[in-house]
Design a protein around this ligand. Sequence first.
Ligand SMILES: [Zn+2]
Length: 212
Amino acid sequence: MFIELVDVLRCLNAHEETWLVLAAERMKGRDVIDGVLGCPICHAEYPISAGVAHFGRSAPAETHSAPPDENETLRLAALLDLTDARGYALLVGETGIHAPRLRDFSDVQLLLVDPPPGIQMGDGISGLTSPAEPALPLAAGSARGVALDDKIQPERLQSALEVLTAGGRIVAPIALPVPSGVTELARDDRHWVAERMPAPRTSGIVSLHRRE
Ligand SMILES: [Zn+2]
């Protein structure tokens, strides 16, 4: 877990949104290898082990996925528009197999939800295991891009969308309907890609405040 990404992690429990306090036990450069994330409100604890923050079920058994086709990785980088280094992109489930090669093309930090077995954490790749509930333990509007795999629960689409910043890209399998709140940019026989629209204003009037 890249230390700067700790800022976007959130407690899952039902109380006001809060960041988590890190107690790092082992670091490698700027990556947390082992440690504990604690909630300052409800005192829930989420362990970090082998670079992965655990919010739910542990990683699947150690069977290594085959490395992806390089053209598929380039395609994903293009769909997510990872052309500059700012922010982080969320790769959910099997889409995480592209992470090591994506890092060859892009300096964007990659956060893998339920990382596929065999993907090494560190060097721009971070991971978390997801809770059973659809909600993701991430700050709203914090990710520049989100890629969803074929196995995603449809209920998780909405929580993934909430994590996406305005103007950010979401790539999803065509089996999922395009939700409201995004503008579809393109689709082929496998995926659609859409851009999140800015949140609608509750009123047409922008209030101005005098600077103190
Ligand atoms: Zn909490």
